[in-house]
Design a protein around this ligand. Structure first.
Ligand code: HEM
Length: 370
C-alpha cells in the first residue's frame, strides 16, 4: 500500500517536473522533443547508432558519458569540447586536463547519420547529450527523458578548462565549490560521481595514489585499500602513461550502484571518489547507497534528477548558437546575400532611386496641367 502511494508520488513529482521544465522561462528554453516536428526520428537514430556502436565496442559508453560531462562543465552543454584547435586558438579538447577525454568519433558518426536523415537540424550539443543519455540506458542504467533544443556554441578556449574543471586531485571542499558554481549541490556531486560505475582511468591519473606524489607525499595513498593498491600496482607500473584500468573492476560496463560499495570500502579508484567520504553530506549519500539500498532504483532516480540538472547547464537556445555542420569546426561565415538576392536588391534600389528623383518632376507636370 505504502509502496503504491510512494510510486504515485514519484509519478506526480516526475510529471510536475517535466511540465515545469517545458514552461517558457525554464532553463534555456530546452524542451521535451524539440525535434518532434523538424526531425521526428532524431532520438530513434541516436539510440540505433549507439546500440550498434556499443554492440561492437561496449567500452565506448564510458567515454561518451564523460565527454558530455566535460562539455557541460566548461561553458555549458554547447558542444564546445568537440571543436578542434585552430592556428589562432588552442581549444578545450587540447587542454592538458582533457588529454584522456575520448569518444569524439562516436559523436561524429551519429551526427553524420542525423544529417543524412535531416540535414542541418540536430546540433552537435544535442547529439552528444542524447548519445550520453543512451550510453547510460544501454549499459543497463536508467532511461532519462532528456530536454533538447541545445544549439552549438563557438567559444572553445583551453584556458577556460582549468578554471572550470575539478582537478584530478581536488579535495572535497574544492569539488563541492566547483559544483556550486554550476548550481549543483553536494548531493549532485555524490550522485553524478556514480557515473564512475562504468569506464576507465589512465594509469597516469592514478599513479600518484599508487607510488606517491599525491599532495607531496612519497608513498602510496593510505586511504586506498591495501590489497587493491597491490592489484593496481600490478596493472599500472611506474611510468605507464596511457594504459587504462577499469573504474569499477567487477562490472566495468554495467551502470549500477556498485560504485558506492567500492567507495565505502576504500576501493574508489580516483582520489576524488575517495574524497566523497570526507564531507558529511556526500559521505551520508555513499553510506546510504552502500549499506541500505536493496536495489539500484533509488540511485537511478537520483541520477536522473542530477543528470537532468547537469544537462541544462549553459544551454544555448533560440539562435544564441548555431547548428554546426561539422562538430569539430564552427560553421563558415555565411555570405551576406546570395548573388540573385543581391541583384534583385540592386534592381529594386535603382527603381526606388529613380522614383524618388522623378517624383518632383511628375508633381510639377501635375500642377502645370491643373
Ligand atoms: C567530481 C567531478 C568529477 C571528477 C573530478 C572526475 C574525474 C574523472 C577522471 C580523473 C577520470 C579518469 C580520466 C583519465 O584517467 O583519463 C574520469 C573518468 C570518467 N568520468 Fe569522471 N569526474 C567527475 C565527474 C563526472 C561526471 C559528472 C560524469 C558523468 C555524469 C563522469 C563520468 C566519467 C566516466 C564515465 C569516466 C570514464 C571515461 C572513460 O572510460 O574514458 N565523471 N573522471
Amino acid at each position: 500500500m505504502a509502496t503504491a502511494a510512494a510510486r504515485a508520488a514519484v509519478v506526480v513529482v516526475t510529471v510536475v517536473t517535466m511540465v515545469v521544465s517545458v514552461l517558457p522561462g525554464a532553463e534555456g528554453h530546452l524542451q521535451m522533443g524539440a525535434y518532434n516536428k523538424t526531425c521526428p526520428q532524431a532520438e530513434e537514430i541516436v539510440l540505433k547508432e549507439m546500440s550498434a556502436i556499443l554492440g561492437k565496442t561496449p567500452d565506448l559508453a564510458g567515454p561518451v558519458l564523460r565527454l558530455f560531462s566535460v562539455d557541460c562543465f566548461v561553458g555549458g552543454c554547447e558542444g564546445s569540447i568537440l571543436l578542434d584547435s585552430t592556428p589562432n586558438n588552442t581549444a578545450e579538447k587540447d587542454s592538458p586536463l582533457n588529454k584522456g577525454v575520448r569518444g569524439y568519433e562516436v559523436v561524429d558518426a551519429i551526427k553524420a547519420k542525423l544529417d543524412e536523415a535531416c540535414p542541418g537540424v540536430v546540433s552537435c550539443a544535442d547529439t552528444l547529450a542524447l548519445a550520453a543519455r543512451d550510453s547510460i540506458r544501454l549499459s543497463k542504467g536508467p532511461f532519462i527523458p532528456l530536454l533538447t533544443g541545445r544549439e552549438d556554441g563557438n567559444r572553445s578556449v583551453a584556458a577556460d578548462v582549468a578554471a572550470n574543471t575539478p582537478a584530478p586531485g581536488a579535495n572535497i571542499t574544492d569539488l563541492i565549490a566547483q559544483f556550486a558554481k554550476l548550481n549543483l549541490t553536494a548531493k549532485d556531486l555524490a550522485v553524478l560521481s556514480g557515473a564512475h560505475t562504468i569506464g576507465k582511468a589512465r594509469c597516469s591519473t592514478i599513479s600518484p595514489r599508487l607510488y606517491g606524489g599525491q599532495n607531496g607525499s612519497s608513498s602510496s595513498d593510505p586511504t586506498l585499500d591495501g590489497n587493491y593498491t597491490t592489484t593496481l600496482r600490478g596493472q599500472c607500473k611506474p611510468g605507464d602513461e596511457s594504459k587504462m584500468v577499469d573504474l569499477d573492476p567487477t562490472t566495468p560496463t554495467t551502470f549500477d550502484g556498485d560504485y558506492y560499495k567500492l567507495v565505502a570500502g576504500n576501493r574508489g579508484l580516483l582520489s576524488t571518489d575517495a574524497a566523497l567520504l570526507l564531507d558529511p553530506a556526500t559521505k551520508a549519500y555513499v553510506s546510504s547507497q552502500a549499506n541500505n539500498a536493496t536495489s539500484d532504483d533509488g540511485f537511478f532516480a537520483d541520477f536522473a534528477v542530477s543528470f537532468l540538472a547537469m544537462s541544462k547547464i549553459g544551454a544555448l537556445t533560440h539562435h544564441k548558437g548555431e547548428i554546426r555542420n561539422v562538430c569539430s569546426k564552427v560553421n563558415p561565415p555565411s555570405p551576406p546575400h546570395n548573388s540573385n538576392n543581391a541583384a534583385a536588391r540592386t534592381y529594386l534600389n535603382g527603381g526606388l532611386l529613380l522614383l524618388t528623383l522623378a517624383a518632383p518632376l511628375l508633381l510639377g507636370f501635375l500642377f502645370v496641367g491643373l
